[in-house]
Design a protein around this ligand. Sequence first.
Ligand code: FES
Length: 152
Amino acid sequence: PSGRVSLTVNGERHTVTVDNRTSLLDLLREHLDLTGSKKGCNAGACGACTVLVDGRQVNSCLTLAIRLEGAEVTTIEGLADGDELHPLQQAFIEQDAFQCGYCTPGQIMSGVGCIQEGHTGSKDEIREWMSGNICRCGCYVKIVRAVEQTAH
Ligand code: FES
């Protein structure tokens, strides 16, 4: 079975017909051509697919698109303001907080959630908040530094 869902993605309203089993990640990547959110495990274990739904970070691979009627979704593509990067994107560059870059969109979206929700009191608190985002290159120290730099 399929159904229609209307939602806002990065400020743009979309109405799409999707199979009821379609994840938000597949909706973004396959229907809206927003391929910044990455499919790592497709099972909620890696965080590469992290986006914000109504300001809260979610694993988009575990979120059913059909349940998102009226939701506001922000992806990595929606963070920059024109040519101006979001401060956390800028901090990732300054801190050299990535190597292969595959996990980076999810790391940055989790970092934005971490900052917005005020969980940046210490490196440990940031680490705990970001613990669902796996980096195979092991850039954790610099990722935490980038979040810290942006928050303070
Ligand atoms: Fe969603 Fe890994 S792809 S958590």
